[in-house]
Each structure stands twice: as C-alpha cells, then as structure tokens.
Design a protein around this ligand. Structure first.
Ligand SMILES: [Zn+2]
Length: 376
C-alpha cells in the first residue's frame, strides 16, 4: 500500500470524474460519499457496519471532539482511528464552520475565534494554528484548512471580506500543517455565489498549494439551483489533478448533480440523521416510516435493496419499532440510508467508468418521478 497521499483520475464522462485517492490507511474510491461521525461515532452504527455499506472514509468533527473528550485525550489513547475502532481513512473538518454557526457565542478577530462551548459554556479558542494542532492530535488523514463561512443572508461585501480572511487563514494553515508524509491538507474555496469571488479564492488557494481543494460555503441555504450554478464553473477553477470536495452535500439529487459537475467527494449528516427521524431514502424517493399507511405493509422498504433492513424486515415492523421508540428503528433505517447512498455512489462510479452517466442520471430521475415520494 502506498505510504503517500495521491490521487488518480482513471476515467471521465462529460465533467464527471472516476478516480481513487491512495492513503496509507487505504484507498478512497471517487466520487465518494463520506458518512459523518460527529462525536467519534456514526450514530446507531458499528464501524464494521458502516464499512459493510461500502464507505471508504469517515468524517470527524474538530469542534465536537475538541470539547469532548478533547483532542489531547484522544491522542493519549492512541488517536481517533483506534479510539473509535475505524482503521480506514478519516477526514476532519477544521471546526470553523461549526464555530461560525454559534453566532453570538463567538468573537472573531484576524487571529482566530474565541467561543463558548454549547455543552458547558466554557471558553475556547480556535485559530488556523490550533485547528492544525487538534487535527494532528486526532491523527486525521485528510486535514481541512481553518476557514470562515459567513452566515446567510450576507452582502457581497461581507462574503468578499470573509473569503479574503479565509485565504489568509489558508496560508497560515499551510504553514502550521508543515510536512507530514501520508497526510493531506485541503484548502477551502469560498466566495458565496459570486463568480469573481470564487475565481479569486481559487487563485489564492492554488498559489499556496494544497493536496486537495474543497468547495465551501454552499448547501447553507442558497438552494439547489444556486448551488448548481456555482458548481457549473467553480470546479473548473481548481487543479485537475487534485480531488475536489463539496462540503455538506447532500440529498441524493444534490449528489448526482454535483458528480455530473466534476465533484469527487461529499459528506452529509442527512442519511444518518434521517434514519433517526424515520425518513428512508430509496431509489423511488423518500419513505416516511411513521406514516400509518405502513402499519400493515409486509413489503420491505425497498424491494431492490440488499441491506439488512430490507432483506429481513417489513415496513410494518419498521413502522412498529419506530412508533415504539425502539433503538433498532434508528439502527435499521440508518443502515438502509447509508447503504442506499453508497449504492448510489457505486452506480455513479460504474456509469462514469462505462461512459453512460447521462443514461444513469436519466434513470435516477425517472425512478424517483415514478415512485411514491412522501413529503417530510
Ligand atoms: Zn435497504
């Protein structure tokens, strides 16, 4: 296995790319969907179950782990991989996005951010240097630069000012990260929905030089049309020989549209969070297992799905355990959702490899249009 971090594009179909990221902890097939393990667990799932769905990499959250149980404690216990029993690659976010969403609980300066913990109100500090230190203590394979993402609605002047701060922080992140063979540092493009700002941000990141490039500041409430509008040009500003990571996306149709536009990696809490609220994502759309219509239904959630929830249990059973607030409801629905997401990624990868992505995408939309989508 390679001791270095590298990325290879092996096929393209339109703007979509098939590839693989090699890391000392294993290969990441791209386009990749990364399940989110916020507090060192993908909620309701064992790590081996997450792997069984087809996930090559997990995401961990710097903000949550620095507060509890702390990065220093995780480092003393052998690092995040050993701590959570996941030996494959882990990407950690920088903490920036979550700290920024604390709104009035934080104070932002050129140097960094001081904030109060949502758990106990204690004071903490994050800066590019501290974020790099925390992600090193966790043992993250893919480290994200520390950035700021302005809350919407924001004026274009606010977005520009914030983006330029993030670019200065990107340089400080690069300097603090240093030379760590086998580990990668990704820069994060900002600039909202303004093309000139996206172009300026990409140029600044390219000048610094990163192992991969994220597109940040999307999926924050701008809507799918505006997001796809940015994705029609933004990936083209980034180096072709590095992975492109769209942060915090998304619903299945967001993922398909992003892959069509040249995105290689994505993450979202949606499949696991939905599993805990009774929402199942399927090829034919969304199923709300809470609905009374499932009470006597002996069919599985999705007849075509090979996950344990669909192989062994009826909609009637899933409805019952959800209504009875049994823990197995979250376990089964989360497993199904993560399985569906990874099957979707495999379908996209196969289609790109065989040069039939347009047909795959048409089939994806047709199955949903013909299905029984239940409003949330
Ligand atoms: Zn299933």
């Amino acid at each position: 296995m390679s001791r270095r971090f590298s990325f290879q594009v092996t096929a393209t179909d339109g703007r979509a790319r098939l590839g693989a990221i090699s890391t000392p902890r294993g290969e990441i097939r791209t386009p990749a969907f990364m399940p989110v393990g916020t507090a060192a667990t993908v909620k309701a799932m064992l790590p081996e179950s997450v792997r069984a769905t087809g996930a090559d990499i997990l995401l961990g959250n710097t903000y949550h782990l620095m507060l509890r149980p702390t990065a220093e404690r995780i480092a003393r216990l052998g690092g995040l991989h050993r701590f959570m029993n996941w030996e494959r690659p882990i990407l950690t976010d920088s903490g920036g996005f979550q700290v920024m969403s604390l709104a009035d609980l934080r104070k932002l300066t050129e140097e960094g951010v001081t904030f109060r913990s949502h758990i106990d109100g204690s004071r903490h500090h994050l800066s590019p240097e501290r974020s790099m230190e925390i992600q090193r203590l966790l043992g993250s394979d893919i480290v994200m630069a520390f950035d700021e993402c302005p809350a919407l609605p924001a004026t274009e002047a606010d977005v520009a000012k914030s983006m330029r701060l993030s670019m200065r922080w990107a340089q400080r992140s690069r300097d603090a990260f240093g030379d760590r063979p086998g580990h990668a540092l990704f820069g994060i493009m900002q600039g909202g929905v303004t093309r000139e700002l996206r172009e300026e941000s990409a140029a600044a990141l390219r000048a610094i030089g990163f192992d991969g490039y994220a597109i940040g500041g999307l999926a924050v409430g701008e809507g799918q049309e505006a997001m796809f509008g940015v994705l029609d040009y933004a990936p083209g500003y980034l180096p072709e020989d590095r992975p492109r990571y769209l942060m915090g996306v998304g619903k299945p149709d967001d993922i398909v549209g992003a892959v069509e536009r040249g995105v290689d990696m994505m993450d979202c809490v949606l499949p696991s969070r939905s599993g805990r609220t009774g929402q199942a994502w399927t090829r034919r759309g969304q199923v709300n297992i809470k609905n009374a219509r499932h009470m006597d239904d002996p069919r599985p959630l999705d007849e075509d799905c090979t996950c344990p929830a669909c192989r062994n249990y009826s909609r009637a059973y899933l409805h019952h355990v959800f209504r009875a607030q049994e823990i197995i409801a979250s376990m089964l629905l989360t497993w199904h959702n993560l399985h569906y997401y990874q099957q979707l990624m495999q379908g996209l990868r196969d289609a790109i490899a065989e040069g039939r992505l347009a047909g795959f995408v048409a089939g994806f939309h047709a199955a949903r249009a013909a299905g029984d989508i239940e409003p949330v």
